[in-house]
Design a protein around this ligand. Structure first.
Ligand code: SF4
Length: 345
């Protein structure tokens, strides 16, 4: 089954387009201190390797902003500056050549937001209006409380402010750590506006609970055709966010690529299914070939093997490479990963 996606405006962030007919983009955020330029670039390279298509960095002070140019010179994906409270950091980030700004209208007054919009317009750079349940404008929460309706209203009001300045280079996000609030706020917004939506469940939690919450929340919205770019927020290494994002999108046929079908293992397993399956999944995350790769502890059930296009299985003294349930060759167990990759690439 194919999801029918909501029609949205196309926005260009550096050399990556999102919204419109473009694939749902995968993004993440660095967990390093931006002023630690070596650590930040190293982390971005590792995220690029995993398939991250847009990367956000925190710019809490002018020292961090001053690193933008150097970071940009050494990375290959668009760089987004995450700005809170101080509009001057946004203005300077744009001057330093950042590809997009993420602002939170709950913590920057409207007259200062207008200055950011003017600078972004001159620089032809998009802005993400990042609405968060925890930091909504006071005038809205006084009337509507901390609700999905308040999030929706905050987003619409900021969009209005931007449009009145003739600025439409906009991406919007409406995030809460509550799945139902996030779903409702995004649903309300998507009915009213065709600006592209960045989806995320904020502060989703540790790797296990965060993956569960994001899969349910983002999965529901994506099935409804809502969402143009996603970030899976996890209290974990950001590469895990990217891997999870691709797994969510591939599960819904929203991104093409390899999927690993691995058995749950049991007392018959002749290989380390858990580690081998994880390693193969990581190594295949960027390929766009729609292929199912099986990882089976043994070759006892040929029907299981037939579900995969290609795969590996364990046997007592060797490893097996199979295609559509038929053994094509036997290899040393320690070479199984490299040998199956040869069949795929
Ligand atoms: S494929 Fe083999 S090892 Fe894996 S669950 Fe089935 S019987 Fe057990």
């Amino acid at each position: 089954m194919l999801v029918k996606r909501r029609k949205t405006k196309e926005i260009k962030v550096g050399n990556v387009k999102l919204g419109g007919n473009n694939p749902i983009r995968v993004q993440s955020m660095c967990s390093t201190k931006t002023k630690d330029i070596d650590a930040t670039i190293k982390q971005i390279h590792s995220l690029e390797e995993t398939g991250c298509e847009l990367i956000r960095i925190a710019v809490p002070d002018i020292e961090s902003v001053k690193k933008i140019k150097k970071i940009k010179q050494q990375i290959n994906i668009p760089l987004i500056a995450d700005v809170h409270y101080n509009y001057k950091l946004a203005l300077e980030s744009l001057k330093q050549g950042v590809d997009k700004i993420r602002i939170n209208p709950g913590n920057i007054p409207e007259d200062e937001l207008k200055l950011i919009v003017k600078e972004a317009k001159d620089a032809d750079k998009p802005i993400r209006i990042g609405i968060n349940i925890g930091s909504l404008p006071k005038n809205i929460t006084q009337k509507l409380g901390f609700t999905s309706e308040a999030m929706f209203k905050a987003a619409l009001d900021t969009v209005d402010t931007f449009e009145n300045l003739d600025f439409r280079n906009i991406v919007v996000s409406l995030k809460s750590s509550d799945i139902f609030q996030t779903i409702e706020a995004n649903r309300l917004f998507s009915e009213k506006s065709d600006y592209p939506l960045h989806l995320g469940i904020t502060e989703a939690g540790t790797i296990k609970s965060g993956i569960a919450k994001s899969s349910i929340g983002l999965g529901y919205l994506l099935i409804k055709g809502i969402g143009d770019t996603i970030r899976v927020s996890l209290t974990a290494d950001p590469t895990e966010e990217v891997l999870t994002a691709y797994n969510i999108l591939k599960s819904l046929n929203l991104r093409k690529g390899a999927t690993v079908i691995s058995c749950p293992t049991c007392g018959r397993a002749e290989i380390d299914v858990i580690n081998i399956a994880e390693e193969i999944e990581k190594r295949l995350i960027k390929i766009e070939k729609p292929i199912k790769v099986g990882v089976l502890g043994c070759f006892v059930n040929v029907e299981e093997a037939k579900m995969a296009d290609v795969g590996i299985a364990g046997a007592e003294k060797y490893g097996i490479i199979f295609k559509k349930g038929k053994i094509i060759r036997k290899v040393e167990k320690e070479n199984l990963i490299e040998e199956i990759l040869k069949e795929i690439y």
